[in-house]
Design a binder for this molecule. Structure first.
Ligand code: SF4
Ligand code: SF4
Length: 284
């Protein structure tokens, strides 16, 4: 019937309106269940769909509890344990950024040789489209997406061009915002470290085994007993006898070959005689 949907919608609004008053009569209204009281004024609220009463948040005193995968602008990770930036200034993030809003200047030593860390790092957050490509492609987990969305300022330049200091956060901050992803990355990192350690140990063991084998070979070479003069003479005599036997064999072979050649010549001669005889008989 015409207007049924409209009435239904108004009914839902009315239900929430009245439920708000009923709910507010409780000491802790249902919309505050599981909420986090940041300070006296600010509260972070998680609003499940099953919640009764008011569905509007009293921003800025009340804010939504953001899901882990919420992303706004990137942040650079400072490795607290290592005491350095994770960023190596490889420039991959700047290359993949669709609106090209990242600028990086690589650091260098006193001789002008490039160092794998950024001297300067800028993101124009007014241009950033929160696509997260930079975070996806960074091979060092050095750039991640921040949840902070309250960036309003009066002047775009230079306030919305964030420099390295403004972008950098400690790794603990990232771990608090993205606990699941952080845990997965750390597990992967630990696995890689374990694999590297295992490979190093294997290499070390192989090198040790090789050194031991070489030492054993050198020892056995040194321990080889020297032959006496008599033994050497006997060996020489044996070698001479073997050579003579080989020579005798060769001479025998030569005699056999000469006999074969003579027989062949004899057969050729007889064949020629027969041929001459046949020619004579046929009267040619
Ligand atoms: S943030 Fe990552 S991808 Fe970008 S320059 Fe640094 S290390 Fe490379
Ligand atoms: S989130 Fe996207 S647009 Fe923003 S800096 Fe990263 S790659 Fe560029």
């Amino acid at each position: 019937m015409f207007g049924t949907g409209l009435l239904k919608g108004l009914g839902v609004t009315l239900k929430h309106f009245t439920e708000t008053f009923i709910d507010d009569r409780r000491k802790e209204p249902s919309r505050y269940e599981g909420s986090i009281q940041v300070d006296e004024k600010r509260r972070i609220i998680h609003q499940p769909i099953s919640q009764e009463g008011l569905l509007t948040i009293q921003y800025p005193e009340e804010r939504r509890l953001l899901p882990e995968r919420f992303r706004y602008i990137p942040m650079l990770i400072w490795d607290t344990e290592a005491g350095e930036d994770r960023c190596t200034a490889c420039g991959i993030c700047a290359k993949v950024c669709p609106p090209q809003c990242i600028w990086i200047v690589r650091d260098s030593d006193e001789n002008g040789k490039p160092i794998t860390r950024p001297a300067e790092f800028y993101i124009d957050v007014a241009v950033c489209m929160s696509c997260s490509f930079c975070a996806e492609f960074c091979p060092f987990d050095a750039i991640k997406m921040n949840h902070d969305y309250e960036l309003a300022v009066y002047d775009r330049y230079p306030q919305l061009v964030y420099d390295k200091e403004e972008l950098t956060v400690p790794v603990e901050y990232y771990a608090a915002l993205w606990p699941t992803q952080y845990a997965a990355e750390e597990a992967q990192r630990a696995k890689q470290k374990e694999e590297e350690r295992r490979r190093e140990e294997e290499k070390k063991r192989a090198a040790e085994a090789k050194a031991q084998a070489q030492a054993a070979g050198a020892e056995s070479g040194a321990a080889k007993p020297k032959r006496s003069k008599e033994e050497l003479e006997a060996l020489k005599a044996q070698a001479a006898a073997k050579a003579a036997a080989r020579k005798g064999g060769a001479e025998t072979e030569d005699a056999e070959a000469a006999a074969k050649r003579a027989r062949l010549e004899e057969l050729k001669r007889k064949a020629a005689e027969k041929a001459a005889q046949r020619k004579k008989e046929s009267g040619e």
